[in-house]
Design a protein. Structure first.
Lengths: 380, 316, 275
């Protein structure tokens, strides 16, 4: 196999201000009757990316995808693909293909006919069509199944046929609506990696809609988190997880402990937040765009809190609580701790030792501490 | 494998492209054609005829072809005179024949609907709860008469109920005197229930088969006896099926002509039959039209109910 | 609830009620005796008489012609209507159209018949068309109520059909017409067949509407049967009824088999695992 040119996952074109985006969504709004399913979304996606639109049901992610495919027309705004305005182009004339959540395999056609359907619409010679179909069947490892009808295939096989069919016309952009949603958990994990491999080999730009954050984290070059028709945050998986920009994102991706507080010290290299909920002052070791006396939230992931029986050194970032409940998950344990303020805090701890007799137990009073850079300061 | 992600170019043209462009030039899209063909047909052959009936109901009978007066007469000086006769409608209210025909039709249709419901509901419920294999067989047994000629089924009933018919021959074996069933209101009830029973069962079945068995189990689990469960769960949930089935029996039964004329006696007055006689025997077209308009008024409410249910399924 | 005696008893009674008259009619069609209900021996003579009756044969031929034509036109119009109402989200007059299509389903026959006749008469005096009444006017009348039935059957299939199948085809480059031919049509084909069959049977069966809109010399089969029944007992009607019932049973059997095959193939939702 020839060496690929740089793939987006390595080149990170979104960090380059001069890079030209491949898909450009400009201030797109879509209203059904009077309800805005998507409101004023702007988004730039680069060649070769595997971009995930992540959100709950009703967040507008599917509507946005359907507008890219051409099944819905934006109420306002424009969509450009590869420099061309696609807003008024019907779905059958777009250089875009879609893989449907239900797979939408034509039940009356066999696997080969399904895959060849798009090619035949282009009046391509039969021999070339046959060749291309065989290529694709090999790509998705279904070479033996060409003559089967969709109902004679397993769920995973159907998923691969749907992928092959969507790739058949060598689209510049592939849209995938919950591509793994109908598979069971084990198959889903296997298929995830296969999907990324295919995407990287072919260099096609993927836009994936999903409600599964783990799926988004492991697939995506970048994630766009959607909430109530708007983009809440765009960023690489680590950005979204470690540096959420809002309470919604912090809560939606993974779990977070949220403390409300007031800024008491606002310096260029650190701030201090006084939080009654936390029961201590929170010291943040970097400057934050905020004003003294401002009310804000500080979020910390459960795995970034350290539990101890002895009080650690330092006056800030230490608080006390009582172990209320412990959930043993095998690789980690989840501690529910009630702080003296009454606030419930969730802490996870890796089980690095087998049968640890010294582990913290129920009803113990413990100290909770964290590093100055462990949490995120959220103003929205 | 060829790695170059060059998109395949669109080369061919579609054969109907030219026709499509031509149509679009005169302002017609494929979409508009799809809507307009059936819409025009229904307007011309369903909506306008009802208007025509209304118009003619306001004219008066005369000899000639067509046998009614025209509403508009053109005077010599270019005047147009509109003559409306309300006499047909006045007659409907003043002549006890029409009034009792209406009342009788409503009564017969209503009673027959209730009987059909009482008979059809347990049948539909039985089919809905039967095992998969039996369900299809039983369903087909309901559908089969539905497809079989209506007229022939009414005819089959006459053979059954007539003086020397199957029932009386059977009763005769036990020395029971023949019953007079034909040409009575009883025969009309039997006829309506018999012919329209599938219309009652099918919507009920469609409704009941969707009933989640877990609901019944939950009710039983919470201590309800079967009849309680039926009254509290099954019956309320099947109301849409009951409404649909009842309307499908009631509405056509009101205007029924074949059943009263083949099974009913001379005294079995129903509007459908009155309309028919008015038209064919008396050749009084305006009067027949007035009867039709009045019949329409009677069935319009149930028809609206029907359509609400219908459009609800379309919107879904 | 399941093991009660009430439901099975009611079902047995109901089915007996539905079938006893039909069965006795069929049995007595093989009766030698002219008295329809007194059995005197097996005979096929009424069938012979039936096929020797030119009036019945002529009427049957005409009825078949009319039924074929009206079912076919109604199939096209009813299907177009179903597509318009199910697939086109919004257009002017949608509610009106939805009302108009389902009204003929429940409209009493006498009203439909009378109104169409009056229309034809009025049209004839205004434009000179249709000149007189006969096969043509019956076909028009039958098409009007048959399309409502076709609509109902096709519409329910369209509603069930996974719309993303059509979107997928369009996404792969098929224009709307192409999508209809390649995807929609094959998938709704069973509904089209049953819709057509339903229209055909209903047209074949109609007495009242035909009586209004037919002209001299165009008597359909039900009209002939009706006048025969009115005159009194006629064993040849039993024979005719037996033939028709046999054909219908065959047709329904085929249609049900088709439908069951359709169910076994998960046309509507492909997601289900099938073995």
């Amino acid at each position: 196999m020839p060496k690929q040119p740089l793939i987006a996952a390595d080149a990170r074109p979104w960090r380059d201000a001069t890079a030209k985006p491949f898909v450009r969504i400009n201030n797109v709004t879509k209203k059904f009757a009077d309800v805005a399913a998507v409101s004023d979304v702007s988004l730039e996606i680069y060649q070769g990316e595997l971009f995930c639109l992540l959100g709950g049901s009703g967040s507008g992610k599917s509507t946005l995808l359907r507008m890219l495919a051409g099944f819905e027309t934006p109420t306002a705004g424009t969509i450009e693909i590869d420099g061309q305005d696609m807003t008024a182009v019907p779905p059958y004339s777009r250089p875009v293909n879609m893989m449907f959540q239900s797979y939408a395999l034509f039940p009356h056609m066999n696997v080969e006919q399904n895959i060849a359907y798009g090619l035949k619409r282009e009046n391509i010679a039969a021999t070339e069509v046959g060749q291309r179909v065989n290529e694709l069947l090999a790509l998705v490892k279904l070479a033996e199944y060409g003559k089967r009808k969709p109902h004679q295939l397993s769920g995973g096989q159907r998923q691969r046929v749907a992928l092959a069919r969507a790739l058949a016309k060598r689209p510049k952009l592939l849209l995938l609506d919950e591509p793994l949603g109908a598979l069971d958990k084990k198959l889903r994990e296997e298929t995830q990696f296969e999907l990324v491999k295919i995407q990287e080999t072919l260099g096609v730009t993927f836009i994936v809609v999903t409600h599964d954050q783990e799926e988004a984290m492991s697939l995506a070059t970048r994630i766009g988190v959607m909430n109530q028709g708007e983009i809440a945050q765009i960023g690489e998986p680590t950005d979204i997880y470690e540096f959420p920009n809002s309470r919604f994102v912090a809560n939606f991706i993974g779990s977070a402990n949220m403390f409300e507080g007031v800024v008491t010290e606002d310096e260029s290299d650190h701030i201090t937040i006084s939080s009654a909920e936390a029961g201590c002052d929170i010291y943040v070791d970097h400057g934050v765009d905020c004003a003294p006396e401002q009310r804000l939230w500080w979020a910390i992931r459960p795995e970034k809190i350290v539990l101890s029986r002895q009080r650690p050194d330092g006056a800030t970032n230490v608080t006390r609580g009582l172990v209320d409940d412990i959930g043993y998950l095998g690789d980690t344990s989840v501690y529910q701790i009630v702080l003296d303020s009454g606030k419930q805090v969730r802490v996870t701890k890796a089980n690095t030792r087998r049968g640890d007799l010294d582990a913290i137990k129920w009803d113990e009073r413990v100290y909770l501490s964290w590093a100055g850079n462990a949490g995120s300061v959220l103003t929205a | 494998m060829n790695q170059a992600p060059k998109p395949l170019e669109r080369q061919g043209h579609r054969p109907w492209q030219r026709a499509e462009q031509a149509l679009r030039r005169i302002g017609l899209s494929g979409r508009a054609l799809v809507i307009m063909a059936p819409a025009i047909w229904l307007t011309v052959f369903f909506l306008i005829p009802l208007a025509v009936v209304f118009g003619i109901s306001l004219s008066s009978k005369q000899f000639g072809r067509p046998p009614y007066s025209s509403l508009l007469t053109f005077g010599e000086a270019g005047t147009v005179q509109l003559t409306l006769h309300l006499s047909n409608f006045v007659k409907l209210f003043s002549d006890s024949l029409y009034v009792s025909a209406y009342l009788n039709s409503i009564k017969i249709a209503a009673v027959a609907t209730v009987i059909a419901l009482a008979l059809g509901y347990p049948m539909a419920y039985f089919i809905a709860r039967a095992s998969d294999r039996w369900r299809n067989v039983l369903l087909m047994l309901v559908i089969l008469p539905f497809w079989t000629s209506f007229l022939l089924r009414v005819y089959a009933l006459t053979g059954f109920m007539r003086g020397n018919g199957v029932i009386n021959n059977f009763l005769g074996l036990f020395g029971i005197d023949p019953l007079i069933m034909m040409q009575t209101d009883f025969a009309v009830y039997v006829g309506i229930v018999y012919t329209y029973l599938p219309f009652m069962i099918l919507p009920l079945y469609t409704n009941l088969v969707k009933l989640d068995e877990a609901l019944l189990e939950a009710s039983a689990d919470l201590g309800a006896r079967p009849y309680r469960t039926f009254l509290a769960i099954t019956l309320p949930l099947s109301v849409p099926g009951i409404v649909a089935g009842s309307m499908l029996v009631f509405i056509p039964a009101i205007g029924e002509f074949v059943i009263p004329s083949l099974l009913g006696g001379p005294g079995t007055l129903m509007i459908g039959r009155v309309l028919w006689d008015e038209f064919f025997s008396n050749t009084n077209w305006p009067r027949a039209a007035a009867v039709a308009i009045a019949m329409l008024v009677v069935v319009v409410v149930p028809i609206m109910l029907m359509q609400r249910a219908q459009s609800a399924t379309v919107e879904r | 609830m399941r093991k009660g005696w009430f439901l099975p008893t009611a079902a047995i009674l109901g089915f007996t009620f539905l079938y006893a008259p039909i069965i006795s009619l069929v049995v007595f069609s093989f009766n030698e005796n002219r008295l329809v209900t007194v059995w005197s021996g097996f005979s096929l003579k009424w069938y012979g008489e039936l096929f020797a009756d030119p009036q019945i044969l002529g009427a049957a031929g005409l009825s078949l012609q009319i039924a074929f034509a009206s079912a076919s036109i109604a199939l096209v119009l009813g299907t177009l209507m179903a597509i318009a109402l199910v697939r086109f989200r919004r257009f002017r007059g949608r509610t009106m159209l939805a009302g108009m299509i389902s009204a003929p389903l429940v409209m009493p026959d006498v009203i439909t018949g009378l109104s169409l006749l009056l229309l034809f008469v009025a049209m004839e005096s205004l434009f000179g068309w249709p000149a007189g009444r006969g096969t043509m006017t019956i076909i028009i009348a039958h098409t009007t109520f048959c399309m409502a039935y076709v609509f109902v059957v096709v519409q329910s299939r369209l509603v069930d059909m996974d719309i993303s199948l059509e979107e997928a085809a369009m996404d792969l480059g098929a224009t709307p017409l192409r999508v209809f031919i390649d995807i929609t049509l094959p998938i709704i084909a069973p509904a089209l067949i049953s819709g057509w069959l339903l229209g055909f049977t209903l047209s074949l069966d109609d007495l009242v509407i035909s009586s209004f809109v037919s002209g001299p010399g165009s008597s359909t089969l039900p009209m002939v049967i009706f006048s025969k029944i009115k005159l009194g007992v006629s064993p040849d009607v039993n024979a005719l009824a037996t033939i028709i019932i046999g054909l219908v049973a065959l047709g329904v059997g085929v249609a049900t088999a088709l439908q069951l095959r359709g169910q076994r193939k998960p046309y509507s939702r492909v997601g289900r695992a099938q073995k």
